[in-house]
Ligand binder design. Structure first.
Ligand code: NI
Length: 187
C-alpha cells in the first residue's frame, strides 16, 4: 500500500469531469491506497480526482461504515436541507458553511461490480454529496456561503480571507508557486 498525494485547490484535475470506470476496471491496490490516504489525512471522504486520477470513484467513512463506491450517482434527495460547516482535504486550512440535502439515495457499484443503492442522511449525506461533486469538478466553495469563510490554521500569520480572490492568492502562494496555469473556477 502507498499513500497518495492529495492535490490542492488550483490544480486543474479538480475542475475536470471525471471518467466512469468500465466493469472490472478498478484496481484493488488503488482502492486500498485511497482508503489508507483518507485515514492518514483524517478525512471522512476522498474522491479519485483529489489524488489526480480523473475517474469516478469515492471512499467515504463514518465511525461504523466504510463505503467504496464506483461510478456513484445521486438518484433521489429530500426536499429538506441542512446547513453546516464543511472542509476539504484539497482545500486545507479552510472551512465554510454549505447547505446540502438532508437525505440522499446513491446508486453505485462496489469494487466487485455489484450494483447497490444506499440511503443516507445527516453527515453521511453531506459527505456523499461533497465527494460526488468532486467527480463533476465541483468544489464545496462553489456552494458555500462565502461570508462564513474561516481560515482554521491560525498560528503566527493567522489570517482570515474574506473573498475567494484572497483565498486563491493564498493557495497559489502555498501550493502552486511554480504552476503557470491555475484552475480555481469551475470549467
Ligand atoms: Ni473535498
Amino acid at each position: 500500500m502507498a499513500l497518495l498525494d492529495v492535490i490542492k485547490y488550483g490544480h486543474p484535475t479538480l475542475r475536470q469531469m471525471a471518467e466512469p470506470y468500465k466493469p472490472g476496471e478498478i484496481d484493488g491496490g488503488f482502492v486500498q491506497d485511497m482508503i489508507e490516504t483518507m485515514r492518514t489525512e483524517d478525512g471522512v471522504g476522498l474522491s479519485a480526482p483529489q489524488v489526480n486520477v480523473s475517474k469516478r470513484f469515492i471512499v467515504v467513512t463514518d465511525s461504523e461504515n466504510l463505503y467504496t463506491l464506483v461510478n456513484p450517482e445521486i438518484i433521489a434527495h429530500s426536499e429538506s436541507t441542512i446547513t453546516d460547516t464543511e472542509g476539504c482535504l484539497s482545500i486545507p486550512g479552510l472551512q465554510a458553511s454549505v447547505t446540502r440535502w438532508e437525505k440522499v439515495i446513491v446508486r453505485a457499484f462496489d469494487v466487485d461490480g455489484e450494483k447497490k443503492e444506499i440511503s443516507v442522511r445527516g453527515l453521511l449525506s453531506r459527505v456523499f454529496q461533497h465527494e460526488i461533486d468532486h467527480l463533476n469538478g465541483v468544489l464545496y466553495l462553489d456552494r458555500a456561503d462565502i461570508s462564513t469563510l474561516t481560515w482554521i490554521n491560525g498560528g503566527e500569520d493567522h489570517y482570515t480571507p474574506t473573498t475567494l480572490e484572497e483565498v486563491q492568492r493564498e493557495y497559489k502562494k502555498l501550493y502552486h508557486a511554480e504552476r503557470r496555469e491555475l484552475f480555481f473556477e469551475t470549467v
